[in-house]
Design a protein around this ligand. Structure first.
Ligand SMILES: Cc1ncc(COP(=O)(O)O)c(C=O)c1O
Length: 407
């Protein structure tokens, strides 16, 4: 069954917002619109439960229950145990905290593999461990295509490597990396795996349990939710890494790597993302049982819709002389996050496109290393168009027409 786009768009108040009419939103990789299920929960928390949670009076008890519900339901959707999911302020803050734990866990002379395909959030924090004598090995992208070759990873692995960090999908290359295959290679060499899922998760939540990594990170402000960093840490690794929170919370897995006081309202509102997935699943006649199976059904609906809309956009840009398309030109290999290197700085081009109702941007998108790795001057930047399942065909047509005028 195809995605019912009218139903989908009716779940997002932004599409009915007068000040946003006549414009097409193509900066979803920066942050998505928020679904009404999340907005409703956030509003309810702020109006009815804005007290310290987990006490026995009603407002507090209900607030705590909603925070627990968010963890229970999102963990089930992701195919992991409830306490293997924690909420931090952002993915970047989560990786900096994790890197502090790893810093204490590893010995000088041991090694970490990082890529030059990652957003800085899954790169810089790990590279800083060199200050403590940890060897940093860089798994490099192909300078032409931006592709990460799993075979090259095998050459970097030996008994010294404790952790391999890579993206599910880069925020400028867009290619979907084979997480399960790469994880198996790393695990066979005795290393743990940390996957940045930020650029992939908006296109459908993964069954992280089945996918296989030890750490999987994404940012809910890009997956139709509130501004949180969601972090799956599988038990075996999470219990081995030293606790980064208060000492008396160390036996609670989901508190070990989120030292900041939690944002109660936003955590509670994360349950709205599960509501949204449920609404899509039920509307389209998906499976009745099993949160991960329902999530997989919705994931496939989203991917199918996005892939169909993405190919015409790729076809419209790939042959232009003034444009270098980063990453694959076949929709099935990539997310709909399309970065173009141009013959001029990207930001003024985005400004020109704004006059035709295109909401997008140019810059380095904190992917300075990937751009440099592909020979793109980060100061000139790339023009990036990113969309999701809620984007309509009419919006893609508007974008292609605007590109025809400006490029
Ligand atoms: C691929 C990728 N990883 C990590 C991040 C960082 O996420 P956060 O803003 O939650 O720190 C981003 C943000 O744009 C991203 O695109």
């Amino acid at each position: 069954m195809a995605l019912d786009i009218d139903f989908v768009r009716a779940q997002f108040p932004a599409f009915a917002e007068p000040s946003l009419q006549g414009q097409a939103f193509f900066e979803n990789a920066g942050g998505s619109y928020t679904c009404r299920q999340v907005i409703d929960r956030l509003t309810r928390f702020y109006t009815q439960r804005k007290v310290q949670p987990y006490a026995s009076y009603d407002a507090s008890r209900l607030g705590g229950e909603e925070m627990d519900e968010a963890r229970v339901r999102m963990a089930a959707l992701l195919g992991v145990e409830t306490d293997e999911l924690s909420f931090g302020p952002s993915t970047t803050q989560n990786t900096y905290v994790l890197a502090q734990a790893v810093r204490k866990w590893m010995q000088p002379g041991e090694a970490i593999v990082v890529t030059d395909q990652d957003h800085e959030a899954n790169s810089g924090p790990w590279r800083r461990l060199a200050e403590d004598g940890i060897e940093i090995r860089e798994w490099r992208i192909d300078p032409e295509s931006g592709h990460l070759d799993p075979e090259q990873l095998e050459n970097l692995l030996d008994e010294k490597v404790r952790l391999v960090c890579f993206p599910h999908c880069s925020n400028v290359v867009g290619e979907i990396n084979p997480v399960t295959e790469i994880t198996a290679i790393a695990h066979a060499a005795g290393a743990f795996v940390c996957v940045d899922g930020v650029s992939y998760a908006p296109h459908g939540f993964s069954d992280v349990g089945a996918l296989g990594p030890d750490i999987y990170l994404f940012s809910s402000y890009k997956t139709y939710g509130p501004h949180q960093g969601c972090m799956v840490i599988r038990r075996a690794l999470g219990e081995m890494l030293p606790n980064q929170g208060h000492y008396f919370n160390g036996d609670v897995l989901y508190k070990r790597f989120t030292p900041a006081g939690p944002d109660h309202a936003q955590i509670a509102a994360c349950a709205g993302m599960a509501d949204y997935v449920d609404a899509l699943c039920d509307h389209h006649g998906g499976p009745v049982d099993g949160a991960a199976a329902r999530g997989a059904f919705v994931h496939d609906l989203m991917r199918e819709q996005e892939t169909a809309l993405l190919q015409p956009l790729l076809d419209a840009v790939k042959e232009r002389n003034s444009v270098r398309l980063l990453g694959p030109d076949r929709a099935e290999l990539r997310a709909p996050t399309v970065a173009l290197s141009l013959d001029r700085p990207a930001q003024p081009v985005a400004a020109e496109l704004a006059q035709y109702g295109i909401m997008a941007d140019g810059g380095d998108f904190y992917a300075v290393r990937p751009l440099a790795g592909m020979g793109v001057d980060p100061a000139r930047g790339v023009f990036r168009m990113s969309f999701t399942h809620y984007t309509s065909k009419a919006e893609i047509d508007l974008l292609i027409e605007a590109l025809d005028r400006v490029l």
